[in-house]
Design a protein around this ligand. Structure first.
Ligand SMILES: [Zn+2]
Ligand SMILES: [Zn+2]
Length: 104
């Protein structure tokens, strides 16, 4: 397996700008409805169309990073995904604010 190199180093999360990832989610057609879920592999395909091949592990790590930053909602376990932007979350059960322990 080949690992994509960026400036001679293996590609890392920081090589995928947050906005580029979130834009890929935004332009991926969703399931509609109030949450408009995007399938993981469709988001990955949209991102790869722009950046080239992205190892799945890296893609998932980046998704998790954005989830921790509360920019992306859904399931981060690596199954079919179900991603959406937190700003698109209208019933609020998955992207609601964390308990205040994470207030910094
Ligand atoms: Zn899952
Ligand atoms: Zn949500």
């Amino acid at each position: 397996m080949s690992i994509r190199l960026v400036d001679g180093r293996p590609m890392q999360c920081k090589h995928i700008p947050d906005d580029v990832f979130l834009e890929a989610v935004r332009r991926t057609p969703g399931t509609g409805g109030s949450n408009n879920w995007r399938m993981r592999w469709e988001v990955q395909a949209a991102l790869e169309a722009q950046l080239g091949h992205i190892p799945e592990r890296l893609f998932l790590a980046k998704a998790r990073q954005l989830h921790d930053a509360r920019k992306l909602g859904g399931c981060m376990c690596g199954c079919r995904g179900d991603y959406h932007l937190t700003e698109e979350c209208h019933d609020g059960y998955c992207c609601r604010p964390m308990p205040s322990k994470a207030s910094t």
